[in-house]
Design a protein around this ligand. Sequence first.
Ligand code: SF4
Length: 132
Amino acid sequence: MKLVLRGHHLLCLKGFQGYGYNDDFVENMKFINSKRKDNTTTISLTNSADDICSSCPNLKNNLCENEIQNNNINKMDKEVLKKIDSKKEYNSVELFNKIDQIFNTKESVSKICFNCKWHEKCLFYQKLSNNR
Ligand code: SF4
């Protein structure tokens, strides 16, 4: 399977533990989270609406909520994408291993996760927090 994911969603998937905006969103997140663990899945990267946003009630006219919020989200994507070549297509398992190596301290994700309203429920962020 081929997935298209925006930069910051690589971190969100690692922290997902079943919370989301509504039932459709959560079901889609569960599906994508299982597929990203499959060694035959490939991933292309983006800094715009992706395969997670497509089931999100916040997506309006292909923007996350509105232009201001969309710009904030873009900044989070770019913080991730500046560390990874976004023109390549990746084997999913290898890409997530790479994410673990790059984003391995609380400081390394501070510009991405600090203002996220989910960070208290995010296993990825909590694990980094507990390591510091
Ligand atoms: S539309 Fe916004 S809130 Fe919804 S999944 Fe995409 S980035 Fe997240």
